[in-house]
Design a protein around this ligand. Structure first.
Ligand code: MN
Length: 131
């Protein structure tokens, strides 16, 4: 059982991700508004952060950079979720601090596998296939 913070502006995706994580025995906290993500993370003390990249207000890239600069949170693994990963995005997402990313629409199996990989302290070595 791990504590997982989910930052995502789409309520249907929040439900999908949280139901999936709960089915794997994890405790989740969901944040719809990325401006609340950093304080929520400080309060919840997650073992893993899952963040959408395309977010209004504070983007997923900005949020990851903020987490990596935060004394309390900088070591927490981050999994990014993105609707579009083009050329150079993989590098950009990793440079901002993600250990892994999965493409939307998500593959339920890949999503769950990547979560367990990061909770085990590993990084995703190969970028997921696009689409
Ligand atoms: Mn979004």
């Amino acid at each position: 059982m791990a504590r997982i913070l989910v930052v995502e502006d789409n309520a249907l995706n929040i439900k999908l991700f949280c139901d999936l994580l709960a089915a794997h025995g994890h405790e989740t906290e969901a944040v719809l508004d990325s401006r609340e993500a950093l304080p929520a993370a400080r309060a919840f003390k997650p073992d893993l952060v899952i963040t959408d990249i395309q977010l209004p207000h504070i983007t997923g890239i900005e949020l990851m950079e903020m987490i990596r600069k935060d004394e309390e949170l900088k070591a927490v693994p981050i999994m990014a979720v993105t609707a579009y990963a083009g050329v150079g995005d993989d590098e950009r997402i990793r440079a901002a601090g993600a250990q892994a990313y999965v493409s939307k629409p998500i593959s339920v199996v890949r999503f769950a596998e990547t979560v367990e990989l990061l909770l085990a302290g590993k990084s995703q070595e190969v970028a997921p296939a696009h689409g």
